[in-house]
Every structure is written in structure tokens, then in C-alpha cells.
Design a protein around this ligand. Sequence first.
Ligand code: SAH
Ligand code: SF4
Length: 377
Amino acid sequence: MKFTPAKAPLTGETLASLTDKLRAQGEPAFRAKQILDWLYKKRARSWDDMTNLSKPLRAWLAETFDLMPASLVLNKQSEDVTDKLLLELGDRSLIETVIIRAPQEGVGIEHSRKTICISTQVGCAMGCVFCASGLAGLKRDLNAGEIVAQLLQVCYREDVRTPRARTELASFDNIVVMGMGEPLANYDELLRALTILNAEWGLGFGARRITISTSGLVPKILQLAEEELGFRLAISLHGATDEVREKIMPVNRAFPLAKLVPAIRTFSEKHGRMVTLEFILIEEVNDSLVQAEKLRDIARDLHAHVNLIPYNTVEGLPWKRPSITRQERFADILRAARISVTLRREKGHDIDAACGQLRLKTEKDRATDTVPAGTEV
Ligand code: SAH
Ligand code: SF4
């Protein structure tokens, strides 16, 4: 399940690991910082851009590292609020990274708040019955360099598009780890990647603006609670009783609510931040008013925010989203108890829906191994 690239991705190196490798080559320690500055701050796209390094050093770097382990296959620019980057990895696996814009009144779309949705695996092993990512199982984990590369590709994209990019290192506001894969099943590489993104020698992106979404791997949630960097946590709950949750999420057998809920509590107590409970509304599966009441009780107990997501249909799967009336009745039960709740209806504006579509499309691209016609690169 592991892919070992011919050359180590430069985007997977920390300042410490790169310093060690350069020292072994007889290079002074400050070279590592210079190289990472070229990569993250000056956005060098080739070794020859790194003009303050000697030619032999550049040649050694080129032999040893892959400067960018994910290449842009196509950028399906849309007038919509989402912008999708299709990326190809060293073994030809395809992943997508999505830029989601939240339009703000009175300013152009290029000034809007941006959330970047990233993937952590190719496919997913968790087998949630409603999800396109898990349909073909897990192909492999992404390495840290491939996770970081997704954000750097977004930077390349935004550098030419937005005025903000001239003044800010990362011209986006939030990162959500909600693309393909179960992030906490690829814990070490994910944490390494997020450390690189957060570091001052990396992209300098605040941990509190990074949300990790998990289907509920309890031991890993507890491990994450102990990390120094305070990431935000979102839990894919989707069922407010074991009976319902177990039917749609096999992970509930290993980690039922009696284990999951205390782990969420530990996390939120440790970080003093509200955790988000994600709840996809699927008709006749989890949209009953009894489920709403149980969800209300869990959210109140955990002092958690609830994000209700009308299910996004997946080709080949039988699930549907409930009617708007039913969605509202469900939400009203939570609102009546003064639970902090969001229910987004506009399709393109929904971060989770956008990520859902991303997964589906990636699967299709991989199945046919074609790049859709009529799209700009
Ligand atoms: N594996 C992690 C993160 C990726 S999934 C997790 O499960 O949390 C990101 C979110 O999209 C999850 O809440 C997931 O349940 C949701 N999702 C999956 N398929 C969806 C669909 N068809 N419509 C709406 N949301 C979906
Ligand atoms: Fe995997 Fe998340 Fe999809 Fe479940 S919802 S199959 S954990 S990506």
C-alpha cells in the first residue's frame, strides 16, 4: 500500500531533515533554509531558479529530490465558487484539490474567503456505504510531500490570479482535510505535512485554520488531542445511535458511540474549541426526528457545532437527500435547543458537497484514465 518514489519529494522535507541531508553532503546548515525559502516563499518552479546555490549543489538536489511530486493535469476553472485542480502523482494516481470560495458582498470573487479541501489517501478503506471515495477501496496513502504539494499547487494557481497573493504567503483562509481518504488512517504523514504547512520556514499557515475531518478513529483522535499544534476537529457522525450509524459506517463496530463520544469530549476539553459534528442527511436512513433528538442530545453534551449536509447523490448508489421541508424540520429540533447548527442548501456553496463531487469525479477519471475534453489546463 506504500508508494516509494524514485526521488524524495522536497515538499516532504522538514528544515531538520533537509539540514541533515545537506550536512552529509558537506553543505553548511543555512542552505536548508535557503532552499525552503526558494520553495515556499519565492515559489521557485525549477532548480535553476535557485540562483544563490552553486551549480554542483543544484545538480545534486535535482538528482536527489523531486521538487514538485504532483503535477497539474488540468484546472477546471469554473465561474462557480469551486475551482478544482486535478493532480497526477509519480505513480500516475490522480487526486483532486478543491478551492472553495465564499463570495462576499461588494467584492470580486478573487477577494473572497478561500477554503482549500485536500486529500490524504488515494481511495479509502473505511467503506462508508454512501461515499464515492471508498467505492474502489484504498489504493494507497499519500506521503507528506504529496499532501503539501496540493497546497503549493494552489499557491501557484492563486499567485497569478489574486491580488492577495502578492502580500500573503498563503492566499487562502482555511484548509479542510476533507478530500479523498481517512486522514487519521494516514496519521504520521498527515502530521508531518501539517507541520510543514504550519512552520515558519514552510507556508506559515496557522494550525487553528486547519480542520481535520475523521470518520471516528478513536485512538487517533486521542493521539491528536495530545499534539502541540491545535488543529480543529470535525467528526463524520451521520448517525446518532449505534443502530443507524453501524448500518452506514462500518467503523462504528470497532468504535461505537460509547467510545467515540468520550474521545471527542477529551479532544474539545484539551483544546477549548468547539468540535464540529458533520451529519449528512440521507432520506429514510438517518433523517428521522428521533435521530434529530438524539443528535441534539449528543451535541449539547459535547457543546459541539452541528453541520447538517444534505446528501449529495452518487451515481450508482441508491441514497437520496430528504426534501427541504424534512431537512428544515430536522434542523429545527436542534435550533430549538439552541444548538449551534448550519444547514447549507446551495449546492455549489457547500464545502462538503464540493468535496463529495471531487471524490466522485476523481474515481471516474481514474476508471476511464482520460482527461475530460474541453477543459483548460
Ligand atoms: N474520511 C474523512 C474525511 C473525508 S470525507 C471523513 O469521513 O470524515 C469528508 C466529508 O464528506 C465526510 O463528512 C463525509 O461523510 C462526507 N461525504 C461523503 N460522501 C458524501 C456525499 N455523497 N454527500 C455529502 N457528503 C459526503
Ligand atoms: Fe472514507 Fe470518509 Fe468516505 Fe467514509 S466518508 S469512505 S471515511 S472518505
